[in-house]
Write a protein that binds this ligand. Structure first.
Ligand code: DGJ
Length: 692
């Protein structure tokens, strides 16, 4: 079957691979719009390779260190006597009739290792999901030293323009661009969690065509990971993505199999903005029937912090209900021993001193206001000052004889241990069964520092075991409690990857809700994630982290870009502020179906005079535009700003849209643009255009 081409077909995209006549590996032929595979391959290379091997220059899909000894293999295997260089021979391939699923198999005669490279294009999308299954059919105990999920080859003849997202706590999802002439760019996390520092997401364009073809890669792995991009002398950029094996090589004993995480590739002919829409479509499909407009929520964290108790929570809930909020979430501080961040984690029993009439009665009081009820948990962590830790000190990650590293005064439970997984599952499941809960905020506030388990049982894939059990518990909870929405949070946005996008209903992208900082965070976030995943709260100005003033309108319009919530101390809001808030919430309820299902266009950016998000309803009858004034509003001798025109995208040029008594054609909105006029007191707009 060597020499044969297999083409996977997406909605507008195709992805063609082949096994060359020598049969040693699988190569990309072309990846791009329908028809891209016709004619000569844009990535093939048949020139000389002095001082290299043919594989180093070939557009290999999944390369071993025998294939690419110098320029970066995806898979490195070691035998029990320390030898490397597994080399495959192609054995078999299967493709389905719809050209959406392909499996290409290889075997190594020396070790008995089998590798099947899988592809899947979910119907209606322009993404290709890839994963690899390794099976040891031999008799030697093999070790996987590098466990990449796949390589993506992108033609970048003029230079590679890489887009990535970096950050830190309270500054996540900072979108940044790097021109890569030659050499390697790499990002990753060794924290046992995707992390605040980098997002497992990358986009590649040719420097000569930034508005054109864009290729993206996203990893579905909630542990440690690495993504690198290398541009070779011939102009090919090869992106490798996969797990980072922080616990050392993976064991692959005879007779056993190992499936490596899915890495997903995305293609758009319309630059980064188009690529964002490809990711959105994919994530909406991952959400399946759970893709519904999310309720407007109130979260008490910034209003009360750890000083949670029934009376103040109910005071907040009463006002929230009046404003039109639908779900009231009690954040950290509701359980025994939890008066600050030094104690209590692990002891998941409501504190009777804080809820003297009982937690059931408190929830009933919240519900009597017409609100749904949500609760915060952080079940993988434990404070040393807790009953759980006193009873099970061996449950935390540790290295024998070495001190534990507290982060935020807490340790991390070793979720890979069956008894810990059982504890975490039964704790959360128990809370959901025992109390009338509709919404769960699952937090995670520290990385893993200790690479070991009490007793020193080694070698162990702690990272893999933690992630596997985390995913399984999320899946079980969703199956057993289908009505409960789950928000994934990790001290903000440290746990956002495609695996979590398939298991959580919404992400908390950052603890920073300061208006202008938040704008940049959300702008980056929406490049990689659909709006239904973007939880956003209106908080008090000046913000905790970003004191630059912005109006209440700005903060509401900003939070409406995804899932609207309020996190301010609304007890202190004036009657006018409450009336304004109620009005915004009512307006959000009218547009949230378009925000959830609409086609997104990111206009301008947070550092530009124009910054807006356009959501076009699937039937194109309504277009929602959220727009923000990013200029200075600090009163330092400001002139009123001049009107800005927002070019709207993707509309039928002949269609006519109205906004109040103004009428526009689709082509006018694209070329002249939608006018907005800001001033020091008017710094944001929500505009709904309806088709005439
Ligand atoms: C970190 C989260 O990001 C916050 O929203 C809040 O839930 C705190 N943890 C509570 O400890």
């Amino acid at each position: 079957m060597t020499g044969q081409l297999w083409t996977l077909r997406g909605a507008h995209t195709e992805y063609t691979v082949t096994v060359p006549a020598h049969g040693r590996w699988l190569e990309l032929v072309a990846w791009g719009p329908h028809g891209v595979s016709d004619g000569p391959s844009p990535v093939a290379y048949d020139g000389p390779v002095p001082f290299l091997t043919a594989g180093d220059a070939a557009p290999i899909e999944y390369a071993t260190d025998a294939d690419r000894p110098f320029t970066g293999a995806d898979l490195v295997i070691e035998t029990s006597n320390g030898q490397r260089r597994v080399g495959f021979v192609h054995t078999d391939a299967r493709i389905d009739a719809d050209q959406r699923e392909l499996a290409v198999a290889f075997a190594d005669a020396v070790t008995g290792l089998r590798a099947t490279v899988h592809y899947r294009v979910p119907a209606g999308t322009d993404v290709v999901q890839r994963w690899v299954e390794l099976t040891n059919d031999g008799t030697d105990a093999l070790r996987v030293v590098r466990a990449g999920s796949g390589g993506f080859c992108v033609p970048t003849p003029h230079g590679a323009l890489l887009s990535h997202q970096w950050g830190q706590w309270e500054q996540e999802f900072q979108l940044s661009h790097v021109e890569l002439g030659h050499g390697t760019f790499s990002i990753g996390s060794s924290q046992g969690v995707p992390g605040h520092l980098h997002v497992p997401w990358l986009a590649v364009r040719d420097t000569a065509d930034p508005a054109g073809s864009a290729w993206g890669m996203g990893l579905a792995w909630t542990g440690s990971w690495e993504i690198s991009a290398e541009r070779d002398t011939g102009g090919l950029t090869r992106v490798r993505a996969g797990r980072q094996l922080v616990d050392g090589p993976l064991e692959l004993p005879p007779g056993e199999s190992l499936t490596l995480p899915v890495v997903t590739g995305a293609y758009s002919p319309d630059g980064l903005d188009g690529l964002a829409r490809v990711w959105h479509t994919h994530q909406r499909l991952l959400a399946g029937e759970r893709l519904t407009p999310r309720p407007v929520l109130y979260n008490s964290w910034e209003a009360t912090y750890f000083a949670v108790e029934a009376q103040s929570q109910l005071a907040l809930a009463r006002i929230a209900a009046e404003l039109g909020v639908e779900t009231f979430v009690v954040d950290d501080g509701w359980f025994v021993g939890r008066n600050d961040d030094t104690a209590g984690l692990g002891d998941w029993t409501p504190d009777p001193a804080k809820f003297p009439a009982g937690f059931d009665a408190f929830i009933a009081d919240v519900r009597a206001l017409g609100l749904n009820f949500g609760l915060w948990v952080e079940p993988e962590c434990v404070n040393p000052k807790s009953t759980l830790y006193a009873e099970h000190p061996d449950w935390v990650y540790s290295v024998d004889g070495r001190p534990l590293t507290p982060v935020r005064n807490q340790y991390l439970l070793d979720l890979g241990r069956p008894e810990v997984a059982e504890f975490v599952h039964s704790t959360v499941d128990g809370l959901l069964r025992r109390y009338d809960i509709d919404y769960l905020k699952w937090d995670f506030n520290r990385p893993r520092t200790e690479p070991g388990r009490a007793g020193g049982i080694a070698p162990l894939d702690l990272d893999g075991a933690h992630v596997a059990n985390l995913h399984r518990i999320y899946e079980q909870l969703r199956r057993d409690h289908p009505g409960v929405l789950i928000e994934a949070c990790a001290g903000g946005g440290a746990r956002t990857d495609l695996a979590m996008a398939a298991r959580a209903d919404v992400f908390w992208p950052s603890d920073n809700t300061g208006p202008l900082d938040r704008l940049a965070i959300q702008y980056g976030f929406l490049h990689a994630n659909a709006p239904h995943l973007l939880s956003s709260w209106v908080t008090d100005a000046p913000g905790l982290f970003d004191s630059r003033p912005r109006s209440l309108a700005f903060r509401f319009v900003l939070a409406m870009a995804g899932v609207l919530g309020i996190g301010a101390d609304i007890r202190a809001w004036t009657p006018d502020e409450r009336a304004e808030a109620a009005d915004w919430i009512a307006r959000y309820k009218e547009i949230r179906d378009v925000v959830t299902h609409g086609e997104v266009h990111l206009i301008g950016g947070p550092d530009q005079a124009r910054c807006a998000v356009q959501y076009t309803a699937p039937d194109e009858n309504r277009v929602v535009v959220l727009a923000w004034h990013t200029g200075r509003l600090d009163g330092a001798g400001l002139l009123p700003s001049r009107p800005v025109r927002l070019p709207l995208r993707g509309l039928d040029p002949a269609a006519r849209y109205s906004h109040g008594d103004r009428h526009y054609s689709g082509s006018h909105l694209a070329t002249v643009g939608l006018p907005v006029h800001w001033s020091a007191t008017h710094d944001a707009d929500l505009i709904v255009l309806t088709r005439d």
